[in-house]
Write a protein that binds this ligand. Structure first.
Ligand code: SF4
Length: 286
């Protein structure tokens, strides 16, 4: 196995190895659109933080543009974009330089004018939670002497992209990871934290601290946003798990062990972009 291994590949393999097979082995096109709302919000918040670190201020239209540009996904899932308020579309239409995006927004204006939305738009939620997160970051960052965003780490064939790698004023490395959620966050260790801590350790010989920052938001008016932290730190002996995990993952892929995980809460058309391929299998089975 010579390809780079990321935590998202390992997570995907563990959550449904059949989905891993469709995505990374067969490289199939998605069979259906999925709900991109939480993904959009997560990306938007990350872009807002990045922009704040770079420019010490945030401009929402630039953040939206950067968010849409980042993922081709948004180009294929246009339906979800109709949640934006018409006013904003008109603003985008005038300001957007990229013709493709302009067309996308234009097509939806008529629909939006007639839509009675009792929920706030995804964009309004994104704005509100980004403002709260930036306030939180302003305080948090006061304790850091160095901050790097979207930090790429590579060791052997293991790859990781850290939201933020910072150095505190007592010269301790700390990884920050932001998560958006509608539900009460389940505070627990994940593959991501141990893998990223291990990567930093391998590259710098120092075990970093790790902080998850959960952003819990409401979807109904008034939009509220609650930020919760979860701190953890590994010891050198904990990293033995990584070797076992990587070994199991590599063996599974090399021996073509790709099984459907139909019992997973992610096994539905809202979360799995390969659901329709499995649907024919499900129908045959019945
Ligand atoms: S539909 Fe379910 S079983 Fe099929 S790939 Fe997706 S998550 Fe796996």
């Amino acid at each position: 196995m010579n390809d780079l291994i990321s935590q998202s590949k390992i997570n995907l393999y563990l959550s449904c190895s059949k989905k891993y097979f469709y995505k990374y082995i067969e490289r199939r096109e998605p069979s259906n659109a999925t709900n991109i709302k939480n993904l959009f919000l997560g990306l938007f918040v990350h872009k807002a933080i990045e922009q704040f670190i770079r420019n010490k201020k945030i401009i929402f239209v630039d953040i939206l543009y950067a968010t849409l540009k980042e993922k081709d996904l948004f180009l294929t899932e246009i339906e979800d974009l109709r949640e934006y308020p018409a006013k904003f579309f008109e603003f985008i239409k005038k300001n957007m330089k990229n013709e493709y995006y302009t067309q996308i927004f234009e097509q939806k204006i008529e629909e939006l004018k007639t839509k009675t939305n009792i929920y706030p738009s995804t964009f309004d939620i994104a704005k509100t939670i980004s403002e709260e997160v930036i306030k939180y970051c302003q305080n948090l960052f006061k304790n850091f002497v160095k901050i790097e965003t979207e930090k790429r780490l590579e060791f052997g064939n293991i790859l990781g992209y850290l939201d933020i790698l910072a150095i505190t004023d007592d010269f301790q490395q700390i990884i920050l990871d932001f998560k958006t959620t509608k539900k009460e966050p389940t505070i627990q260790k994940k593959i991501q934290d141990i893998l990223y801590s291990w990567l930093v350790y391998k590259l710098t010989n120092e075990i970093p601290k790790f902080k998850y920052i959960y952003i819990k938001y409401t979807e109904k008016e008034p939009i509220t946003c609650e930020i919760k932290e979860f701190d953890l730190e590994y010891k050198e002996k904990d990293f033995e798990i990584i070797e076992d995990l990587l070994e199991n993952f590599k063996k599974g892929v090399e021996n073509n062990v790709f099984l459907r995980n139909e019992g997973s809460f992610l096994c539905n058309s809202e979360y799995c972009e390969f659901y329709n391929y499995c649907l024919s299998y499900k129908l045959e089975k019945n």
